[in-house]
Design a protein around this ligand. Structure first.
Ligand SMILES: *[C@@H]1O[C@H](CO)[C@@H](O)[C@H](O)[C@H]1NC(C)=O
Ligand SMILES: *[C@@H]1O[C@H](CO)[C@@H](O)[C@H](O)[C@H]1NC(C)=O
Ligand SMILES: *[C@@H]1O[C@H](CO)[C@@H](O)[C@H](O)[C@H]1NC(C)=O
Ligand SMILES: *[C@@H]1O[C@H](CO)[C@@H](O)[C@H](O)[C@H]1NC(C)=O
Length: 467
């Protein structure tokens, strides 16, 4: 008999005893305080800008529907509830350019506009309509730049500023009103196609000059434009919120807030990306704040939930979402791209020929997006077991969701209770699990008396919803 076999036989009783210990172990009681209310959650999302929607449209019809379900379905996928579209500024569609609705200079800022609508918008209209069919109500249309002829550098790429904002003068005149009218026209084209754009932005990473569509702006230059855009939207009877300014990082956006104070009444939502600094603490504003773009842009495709804590892993993104929502008061969290070709982690779903592969990043998003629905309020939660991060939400329908991220290696059991004025004894509980072997799969949950119970495997994320 091999010695390894004797060893296993000798260890067997210990293993069995260990399992017994685990199942009889006292579970932690986690208490959700429904009276301790924080920010409203607007949702979770992604973009298909820069012709990524075109890539999706090249799949077979079955695979298109599968991909759209993975992104937006609340029964088959992540249930993402925000789509961020790119408002084109380019004169053409070469490479991944987003085409403008006014590709040619109409002659000057006060010349009659010459808008052109191709009914496709680089397939973003189709993705928007499919998202709406699946319940998405928040469509954020964001321009990376104004068309080149409206800018100091005469090009929609390579930085430059909008003619007419402070410090940006052009021989052709002040294009602020023309740019505001242009954005309104874009919103109207979508309305005619039954897609209601709820939020509009006119900048993307305004502190950067890039070889693709980019437009520089300080906070006060953004304010110079918002004071024209705000009244223009009102005159058009459009109740579309103005988002600003999609800065490259959380702290640079925080630094722009003071200069936006003069147009505060026109602003709906403060938006920032996670590249140069990620959301770590709340911004000093009364407005809702969205994290509108983050991704592991260059890492090789990573499908795992946990491997070594790398930048593309699902658990890494579960933690990033948690930090933005719980520590930085974010009301929304968007990945950069939903589905795209190529070998990096810049998207949640990889398209390779006609193959569609969801990553665990997608399922990490599902854990939040499927349990904390738009309009939910984040509420207080106490009693998390060691090494487990918790976030709690009360949905508009009264249900309470708690999202647990277990960074440790062993399973922990939790009992979840509610307290506060509207505390309730759960009449039902459902739990969902994502880890290396589960993709938002339903997992055992029970309820006894006033508490619901579930267990959270090591290196996993579990969401429990109490009804
Ligand atoms: C928009 O909705 C209306 C009313 O339901 C319908 O008649 C029209 O065909 C729709 N338009 C598009 C472009 O889907
Ligand atoms: C906006 O609504 C008002 C009041 O209903 C109406 O008088 C006006 O004509 C509308 N303007 C536009 C541009 O639709
Ligand atoms: C969190 O954001 C809300 C707006 O959504 C704001 O009213 C509140 O003051 C913010 N809280 C903190 C701590 O900054
Ligand atoms: C998780 O759910 C999916 C989709 O329903 C299913 O195909 C898969 O087998 C489930 N995985 C596990 C580990 O139960």
């Amino acid at each position: 008999m091999a010695s390894w076999f004797r060893l296993i036989v000798a260890l067997l009783p210990l293993v069995v005893a260990g399992q017994h210990d685990l199942s009889s172990r006292q579970s932690s009681t986690v208490t959700v305080n429904l009276d301790q209310k924080y920010q409203i959650i607007d949702g979770f999302g992604c973009s298909e800008a820069f012709q990524r929607a075109v890539q999706m449209s090249r799949l077979t019809e079955d695979q298109q529907q599968y991909t759209l379900d993975l992104l937006f379905s609340t029964t088959k996928g992540a249930g993402l509830s925000i789509l961020r579209n790119g408002i084109g500024s380019s004169p053409d569609m070469s490479s991944d350019h987003m085409v403008s609705i006014q590709p040619k200079n109409p002659g000057g800022p006060s010349s009659p506009p010459q808008y052109v609508w191709d009914g496709s918008d680089n397939k973003q209209l189709w993705v928007s309509q499919e998202a709406v069919k699946r319940g998405v109500k928040t469509i954020y249309a964001d321009a990376w730049s104004a068309p080149g002829y409206m800018k100091t550098n005469g090009n929609d790429a390579n930085g430059g500023s909008l003619c007419g904002v402070g410090g940006a003068t052009c021989s052709s005149g002040d294009w602020r009103q023309a740019y505001a009218d242009y954005l309104v026209q874009y919103i109207k084209y979508y309305l005619e196609a039954n897609v209601t754009i709820t939020h509009v932005g006119f900048l993307n990473e305004p502190e950067l000059t890039t070889s693709y569509a980019s437009m520089r702006s300080s906070g006060s230059q953004a304010a110079d434009f918002i004071k024209v855009l705000g009244p223009t939207l009102q005159k058009a009877n459009l109740s579309v919120g103005i988002n600003c300014c999609d800065a490259e990082g959380w702290s640079s956006q925080a630094g722009m807030l003071g200069q936006l104070a003069s147009v505060d009444q026109y602003i709906s939502t403060i938006t920032a990306h996670s590249y140069t600094s990620s959301p770590g603490s709340p911004m000093n504003t009364r407005h809702r704040v969205w994290q509108t773009e983050a991704a592991d842009l260059n890492g090789n495709w990573q499908g795992a939930f946990f491997s070594s804590g790398g930048a593309g892993e699902g658990m890494t993104w579960a933690n990033s979402i948690h930090t933005a929502i719980v520590n930085a008061n974010a009301s929304a969290y968007l990945y950069w791209i939903g589905a795209q070709t190529g070998t990096t982690n810049s998207k949640l779903i990889r398209i390779d020929g006609n193959n569609v592969s969801p990553s665990k990043r997608l399922w990490a998003f599902a854990q939040f997006s499927r349990s904390a629905r738009p309009g939910a309020v984040r509420v207080g939660v106490q009693g998390a077991p060691n090494g487990v991060r918790t976030a709690a939400f009360q949905n508009v329908d009264g249900s309470v969701a708690v999202v647990f991220i277990n960074g440790g290696t062993s399973t922990v059991s939790v009992q979840v209770k509610t307290t506060g004025g509207n505390a309730f004894a759960a009449a039902g509980a459902t739990a969902f699990l994502t880890d290396n072997t589960h993709d938002f799969n339903e997992t055992a949950a029970s309820f006894t008396g006033d508490a619901a119970s579930t267990s959270i495997p090591g290196r996993s994320i579990v969401s429990i919803v109490l009804r």
